[in-house]
Design a protein around this ligand. Structure first.
Ligand SMILES: NC(=O)c1ccc[n+]([C@@H]2O[C@H](COP(=O)([O-])OP(=O)(O)OC[C@H]3O[C@@H](n4cnc5c(N)ncnc54)[C@H](O)[C@@H]3O)[C@@H](O)[C@H]2O)c1
Length: 352
């Protein structure tokens, strides 16, 4: 391997472009190719980022021997097939969230990565946010004492990625707001608590805005179908219990009449010695002068704030990335359990 990681991006829509921006700014990576099924988008990205080779078929890209790693930003239903093909072609893989649309495919990804001795990491960017890192450092220092409860929320007022795009169709997205944005707050909560061992999930989902054609915002570059299909959730709430006795409450909405203007998304953690809220990272505790609120700060963070730079360095330095694929599988299993619990009206219990 050269001293720079030779990378390619697969899917250069709204967020694949973000991958290209990130890789372009990465001193330890070079972008050698991209694959994008839309010819116009491929041309634009190739020209803008001065990428020498563009492919309309990702399988052709994966045949190229001079590519060390790929980042995948396709619609969700293609995460697993593209990741599996990339790993089989001996490429390291950075995969957009959610890891797959079904946990059985996430299991296959983990097995294939092990077999091919390649790195796979889901791009959970919340974990790399400066404030999440500050919070994790405080928890690891023991500032909060025992962390026994977390609340993660993301409540948008009008935030359904365009109705009729792949995002709002179960067959392409796997799920609605729970899969799209719930995955971020859930992953960050479990990461901060350092506990992915879930015992049970009780949940309820709704679809109150999308089916009425309401609550949209402009996101994503893929086509919209003529029927403006919306067959996923636009709200969900869940109570999780970990095997170690912690509790987590999630609330997620793509669209809702919410008064929450200043904090659209965030996490609150309760510990026996202090509480902590994000974003920004702020501590609540009893100080010498009474109850105090302290903004967390540190000049040096343990990880790069850019998840793609972290992925690149992990491969070049031979270190294990912060986001373990087994953790992403556990998150996906909870997302699936949210739908199962909502459909059955019962708690879903995970066997050991
Ligand atoms: N981490 C985050 O904060 C974040 C934010 C937005 C999106 N995402 C994730 O990024 C992924 C892409 O989302 P988006 O918003 O960019 O969607 P998008 O629809 O804008 O882009 C998807 C792109 O993939 C291309 N594509 C489809 N099939 C392909 C194929 N077979 N080969 C190559 N390219 C193909 C499409 O033409 C399109 O350009 C999704 O998984 C989404 O969940 C993550």
């Amino acid at each position: 391997m050269s001293d720079k990681l030779r990378c390619a991006v697969i899917g250069t829509g709204a967020f694949g472009t973000n991958h290209l921006v990130s890789l372009s700014a990465c001193p330890r990576a070079t972008i050698v190719a991209l694959a994008e099924s839309d010819p116009q988008r491929a041309k634009e990205a190739g020209e803008r980022f001065k990428i020498p080779r563009t492919y309309s078929d990702y399988r052709e890209l994966l045949e190229q021997p001079d590519i060390d790693a790929v980042t995948i930003a396709t619609p969700n239903h293609l995460h697993a097939p593209v990741a599996l093909a990339a790993l089989q072609a001996r490429k390291h893989v950075l995969l957009e969230k959610p890891m797959a649309t079904a946990s059985k495919d996430a299991v296959k990804i983990i097995e294939t990565a092990k077999k091919m001795k390649r790195v796979v990491m889901v791009a959970q960017n919340f974990r790399f946010n400066r404030h999440t890192q500050l919070a994790k450092m405080a928890i690891e220092r023991g500032t909060l004492g025992e962390v026994y409860h977390a609340r993660g929320f993301w409540l948008r007022r009008n935030g359904i990625p365009r109705i009729g795009s792949w995002f709002t169709q179960k067959q392409f997205a796997g799920g609605g707001c729970t899969f799209d944005i719930g995955v971020h707050v859930l992953d960050a909560c479990l990461h901060l608590m350092g506990d992915f061992d879930i015992q049970s999930v009780s949940a309820h989902t709704h679809a109150k805005f999308g089916p009425r054609g309401l609550g949209e915002f402009e996101w994503g570059k893929s086509a919209i179908d003529a029927k403006r299909t919306f067959d996923v959730d636009d709200f969900s709430t869940a109570l999780l219990r970990t095997r170690s006795g912690k509790s987590i409450v999630l609330e997620v909405a793509w669209a809702a009449f919410t008064g929450n203007e200043t904090r659209e998304h965030g996490i609150d953690l309760l510990g026996t010695n202090a509480g902590l809220s994000l974003y920004p990272a702020k501590l609540f505790r009893n100080g010498p002068e009474g109850y105090e609120e302290v903004f967390l700060n540190q000049p040096k963070l343990p990880y790069s704030e850019d998840r793609i730079h972290h992925f690149v360095s992990s491969i070049l330095d031979g270190t294990r990335p912060l986001v373990k694929p087994e953790e992403s599988l556990a998150v996906l299993q909870v997302l699936e359990a949210i739908y199962k619990s909502s459909a059955s009206g019962k708690e879903v219990r995970f066997s050991k």
